[in-house]
Write a protein that binds this ligand. Structure first.
Ligand SMILES: *[C@@H]1O[C@H](CO)[C@@H](O)[C@H](O)[C@H]1NC(C)=O
Length: 809
């Protein structure tokens, strides 16, 4: 199942290319004519041609490099690595079940693999993978900074993985990780295989080679790096028995191939009591080819129940590391402190939620924090001026991820939502993440919307979806999130605080980003906007609008330049409002953005562009027909297989796309563009409440049941995605808007208030119930029966359920 979600389609526009070449022609002719008399005819011709080519190539070269030229301004991220000791180490590898790394571009990575030696299905667990069919896994508590505790059910075994950091010293301090394995099917002896490894992407930075040795029940190794100085890792059996152990000093061709390398190192041995067992041995290939060591797997055959302490000690810090019973005590203290802080910040016990529901809310937030990764690398990008995709500059990204199994990398608009929750827990983490994203802005003001940095991230994305096009936008939710932080905590930005300085460094980048939208996503009519990048390939029932974030949500059937998108126009309103708020706090000129906001907030203009008096709804405008369907074409050549293509039974007309009633129609309310007095707001609220349309007992459906595209496939291979399913992020926006309209006097106040309370109850109830039923938060929920669908765990924006429970918008 390949989801094409949030993946750029490269968009070429050859016309601009031609404009560039003709304008450079003109300026050169005069220069050439001045040299005409001196040179003979043929020389002139050659010279002229050379000059033309040089200027042409020069201009092209300039335009070609713009796509991967960084925005020319001070970076927002000023301190990183060891300069931010409290966030130096962390579980920054969200794509593996359990791993540790530091916020260094070339950090050594630590991680866990395991498998059940007694079952026939000896599948090695390593990367979070839906095909492992684990009934549940995820962080139960994680504070984003000092500790975390995760449970992983892999029947009949349960693994509890946790870590605690010990800060101090100049080289990042210590940390201890614990892996606690229990089983529900105890056999005599109950054997289980654990693998703990350290690996490095490159070895030329003076790492190692680490030394490894075993004594009794302890495996140790030492390593060195310029940042970490001397460190030591010990694997200590806290309780339970190590039956057999082995290690290897090996060379892995990349961090994305550790499991494969591990496999290749296994050799069958004859154990005196256990018989044949496969344990790692020397890396013969490495020895033969004289390759450097960069992968040290340590393999423990243990008897469960078993508790392993992985003790990472930095020799620069004299404090003893945590282990054994002290660790147990420290973990309990951390958990208690976390619970108290959580209640203080979200107040869910006070609101009367059950212990079980509060635990789910904690897990939701903890998985968002525990899903934060630290990535380093370069995207592949393309503009209309580059023949081939080119590398972006190498850069770090500290970011949460939508899904540890399916999308373990950064997504621009998702991150806009993540920050809403992260910031309630830690504004510093929220700002640090936003800072990293804003440092990825290029000189044009563009931010690539999907970040595939480093080999581990790259290994999970099909090749054709890697390249990011600089014509592709994504909703500016990040701006709205930052403005919300500023509005909620004015004191934080009042004086010369670190937070204010960070926001100041962000400001020019935020403006550039906004201006990029203004200059690249405008529609033909004044104040209209159009998402770029829609392509009609003749196969899709309705060509996708991936850039809008709503992928297959139906738009005009025939992409054209006359199109205008109501959601984008509302995003532009909300972003201008956000920019104005940020400018005001920073004592900068806010009037320009206030003026844009007021212009876009003018309801008469909005209605002229997007209101349909006929259906009494807001809608996109474009070249549209509802007369489309997918048909199977039997080719004349019997050797070709039949294809499913789109066929059209009625010619498209320029009109409002009113048949697609859904999230897009709600945007003037969702982003609070409409005034509380607005008559149209009343119409939206009226429609919202109709069970035959968007209202379901599980939240608002993305598309009305009455829409011809409701739950329809987009192609033979693309199931519906934003065509009826309930999505948590838009439901969050709806709740936020309803709370807003329910709190200001106006003709719709009561209704908004009442809808808010019912919608909130529905969304929260269903997400919690599905978690209890399935063990996961899901990407989306069925609008028919509420069942979780799409990928899991999806502790990106679905974790906003925590904010919904707390009524924090
Ligand atoms: C290991 O996990 C089991 C089951 O949850 C628990 O009872 C036990 O206390 C844990 N042991 C340690 C040392 O944390």
């Amino acid at each position: 199942m390949v989801r094409h979600r949030k993946v750029a389609h490269v968009h070429y526009k050859h016309s601009n290319n031609n404009e560039t070449s003709s304008s450079s022609n003109n300026s050169d002719t005069s220069l050439a004519s001045r040299t005409f008399k001196v040179l003979s005819m043929w020389k002139t011709l050659v010279g002229c041609l050379c000059l033309l080519v040089a200027v042409y190539v020069g201009t092209l070269g300039y335009l070609e490099t713009r796509v991967n030229t960084p925005f020319d301004n001070e970076k927002v991220v000023q301190a990183t690595g060891l300069d931010v000791p409290e966030r130096y180490w962390g579980s920054y590898r969200p794509g593996v079940y359990f791993g540790m790394k530091s916020r260094e571009p070339k950090s050594p990575v630590f991680g866990l693999m395991w498998y059940d030696v007694t079952s026939l299905n000896k599948k090695v667990r390593h990367w979070c993978d839906e095909n492992d069919h684990l009934p549940m896994y995820g962080w139960l508590r994680h504070d984003g900074v000092t500790f975390g505790e995760q449970v992983i059910y892999d029947p009949p075994h349960t693994l509890i993985t946790s870590f605690i950091k010990t800060p101090g010293g100049q080289h990042g301090g210590h940390w201890t990780a614990r892996i606690n394995v229990t089983t529900t099917q105890y056999k005599e002896p109950s054997l289980f295989m654990l693998v703990w490894y350290v690996a490095m992407e490159e070895v030329r930075y003076g790492y190692g080679p680490a030394q490894l040795w075993v004594d009794g029940n302890t495996l140790r190794y030492r390593g060195h790096s310029p940042q970490l100085a001397n460190f030591k890792v010990q694997l200590v059996a806290h309780s339970g028995k190590i039956i057999h152990s082995a290690f290897s000093e090996a060379h892995a061709p990349g961090l994305h191939l550790l499991k494969e390398k591990f496999f290749s190192l296994l050799k069958v041995q004859n154990h005196p009591t256990l018989g044949k067992i496969a344990m790692v041995g020397p890396d013969e290939e490495m020895i033969e080819k004289n390759m450097p060591i960069n992968f040290l797997p340590m393999q423990l055959l243990v008897e469960v129940p078993f508790v392993l302490d992985v003790v990472y000690t930095n020799e620069d810090l004299p404090t003893p590391p945590l282990q054994g019973n002290e660790y147990t005590v420290a973990l309990d203290e951390k958990k208690n402190a976390f619970d108290q802080e959580f209640e203080q910040k979200f107040g869910l016990i006070k609101k009367g939620y059950s212990e079980e529901d509060v635990a789910i809310a904690k897990a939701g937030m903890s998985n968002m924090l525990g899903g934060i990764g630290y990535f380093y690398g370069a995207s592949r990008v393309q503009s209309q001026y580059t023949k081939e995709p080119v590398p972006y500059w190498r850069a770090p990204l500290y970011s949460a991820v939508p899904s540890r199994s399916f999308f373990p990398r950064g997504f621009l608009w998702d991150e806009g939502f993540h920050g809403l929750l992260i910031g309630r827990w830690s504004p510093d983490i929220q700002l640090d993440i936003a800072a990293h994203w804003l440092d990825l802005i290029n000189v044009e003001g563009w931010i690539p919307r999907e970040q595939i940095l480093g080999v581990e991230a790259l290994a999970r994305v099909p090749k054709e979806f890697v390249v990011q096009s600089n014509s592709a936008a994504n909703p500016p939710m990040l701006l709205i999130q930052l403005a919300q932080l500023v509005k909620r905590n004015p004191d934080m930005f009042l004086h010369e605080t670190e937070q204010r300085k960070t926001l100041e460094r962000m400001y020019n980048r935020l403006k550039a980003w906004y201006n990029w939208f203004q200059s690249t996503q405008k529609g033909q009519e004044p104040t209209a906007y159009r998402w770029r990048g829609r392509e009609d390939d003749g196969l899709q029932l309705n060509p996708k609008t991936l850039t809008s974030g709503l992928d297959d949500y139906p738009r005009a059937s025939h992409p054209s330049e006359i199109e205008r998108h109501v959601d984008l126009r509302c995003w532009m309103y909300a972003a201008a409002d956000s920019l104005a708020a940020i400018a005001t706090v920073l004592d900068k000129q806010s009037s320009k953005y206030e003026a844009i906001r007021d212009e876009l907030g003018d309801e008469e203009v909005l209605n002229d562009l997007h209101w349909s008096p006929h259906t009494q709804t807001y809608a996109d405008y474009g070249l549209h027909t509802d007369g489309v369907r997918l048909t199977r074409v039997i080719p004349k050549n019997p050797h070709e297989s039949p294809r499913v293509v789109r066929s059209i039974s009625a010619a498209p007309q320029p009109k409002l796309v009113t048949s697609a009633f859904g999230y897009v129609s709600l945007f003037p309310m969702l982003l609070k563009v409409l005034s509380p007095q607005s008559e149209k707001l009343g119409k939206i609220l009226e429609k919202l409440d109709k069970p035959g349309l968007l209202w379901s007992p599980y939240g608002l459906r993305s598309l009305s049941k009455s829409s011809p595209m409701y739950m329809r496939r987009n192609t033979e291979h693309d199931p519906p995605y934003w065509r009826g399913q309930v999505w948590a992020n838009v439901n969050y926006l709806a709740l936020s808007a309803l709370a807003h309209y329910g709190a200001v006097a106006g003709p719709h106040m009561q209704r908004a208030k009442e809808l808010h309370s019912r919608l909130r109850a529905n969304v929260v109830r269903n997400i919690l119930a599905e978690y209890k039923r399935t063990g996961y938060l899901w990407e989306q929920y069925s609008g028919e029966d509420g069942k979780g669908s799409g990928c899991k765990p999806f502790t990106g924006w679905t974790a906003l359920v925590t904010l919904m429970m707390a009524e924090e918008y």
